[in-house]
Design a binder for this molecule. Sequence first.
Ligand code: DHE
Length: 532
Amino acid sequence: KPNTFMPKLAGVLLATCMLAGAAEARGKKLELYPVSDATKGTYQELCAECHGGDRLGGIGPALLPESLKRLRASAAAATIKEGRVHTQMPAFGDQLNDQQIADLVNMIKTPLGAMPVWGEKEIMETRIFNEDYKPVEKPVYESDPLNLFVVVETGDHYATVMDGDTFEPLTRFKTQFALHGGPKFTPDGHYVYFMSRDGWITKYDMWALKVVGEVRGGINSRNIALSRDGKHIALANYLPHSLVMLSAEDLSVEKIFDAESLGGETTRVSAVYQAPERDSFVVAMKDTPEVWEVSTNPNAEPEYDAYVDADNYGKDGAKPTSEGLFALRRIQVDAPMDDFFFDQSYKHLMGSSRDGKSGVVVDMDEGSTIAKIDLPGFPHLGSGISWEWEGKPVMVTPHLRESKISVIDMSNWSVLKTLDTAGPGFFMRSHENSKYAWADVFFGPNKDQMYVIDKETLEIVKTLKPLPGKTAAHIEFDRDGSHAILSIWENDGMIIIYDAKTLEEVKRIPMSKPSGKYNVWNKITFSAGTSH
Ligand code: DHE
């Protein structure tokens, strides 16, 4: 049974013919060809034990096109040939020739013939608890439990828990392979939940500093959210097309929504977010023009599906389709929306169009689109942050494909200002107590730069280059906003702590590709300076 308490054969089967790799590198689609019986045999003989006979994963990760999208065929080939460091993926270069490796890459990049079944039974069979874990009455350390940081290190698949006052690590533990998205803390900061792209959810006790248990809720997953009361976990899946509700207490399945539009069209689920002010989850659908709101209030009023009886929507005579806990409300939008940003009241949702050219604002109470914003260059709304500027709220977002940062006036949903940068960015952060917002350059030759923006003048006031040539990304603040922590995104990377006022460096701590850092206080208070 796959679990993180046993040594893992995690590693991605890799590989490919150099030609195919070069084609992919140039952005061309990989030309797939039929998988031969010989290749299927090789897979069963050498790969299936760790990655599953069905390629859905086991002690090693899933080997499906959805899971391997970010891995070039040439890199996949190299992994098969040479193995992968920090994992137990062995090298097969002595047993397989280049063509056999290319054939294996072709196989793992080929979609499964049918949607894998991953229902309650399959999920529950993966659930496992840590026998070494014992609940504790109070934290086993002296540090302020609400000023701890969790640092996710995707270089070697570990996480570090760090004291936010002394910046001393308290512990470091093995995680599932390829965690993605922010870990989610319970409202009291006692527990935190991590998610891996292969759908594993890990419950961790921040007081005992121990893993509690794990469950695999999906085959290829996007992110998780925790309900306002900390009792329910929602998991957004690409594979299968589902939204899974789990008990945060014991990780058991509470409900599975098949992701389908009212018209019956199936869809991948892009992401799920907690809307604390609304006591609900808000869900982004990748392929259908709907936004879902799922109530986390057991006493939620009945909800009515608009198409059931459009004229009587919500009135006497219309048939309720759901009520109470997990009541589902569907909001129809013009086109599927990808990435979400919410204002602090969670009344307004901003989504980006899939072509990356515009932002759409939805009034969540009315369930209708109230504005469209021209925002070319793939705005990364999920990293957007907001603050008050000259008496009105502004939202500031990096762009994934253009070298700019956009400032949006949220009082009339117009672009107030555009800041030019030296490359597209990914993450932004600020803190209520800081006069600065930080934004990275994530792509291109200037990915070693980090901008500091004055929140009053809306100007870049400083460009930091902590380690020339090395990606500087993702900032998080400590609880009182007096320090900003930056990641150097390299396998032999580090975090760098800055005085948030003087912008002077305070400390460097080596870490293995610290992809994100999460401060308990900033996360549980839904600070406006952090992505939610
Ligand atoms: Fe992420 C958060 C989607 C690629 C690192 N990313 C999120 C969230 C979403 C998202 C919806 C918010 C989830 C949450 O925190 O609950 N990410 C996507 C994509 O659609 C995209 C562009 C393509 C994909 O492959 O899924 C994508 N993301 C990446 C990466 O390539 C990154 C840089 C490396 C990685 O680890 O995969 C990456 N994403 C992150 C991180 C967060 C994140 C570190 C959490 C940010 C935070 O501070 O909260």
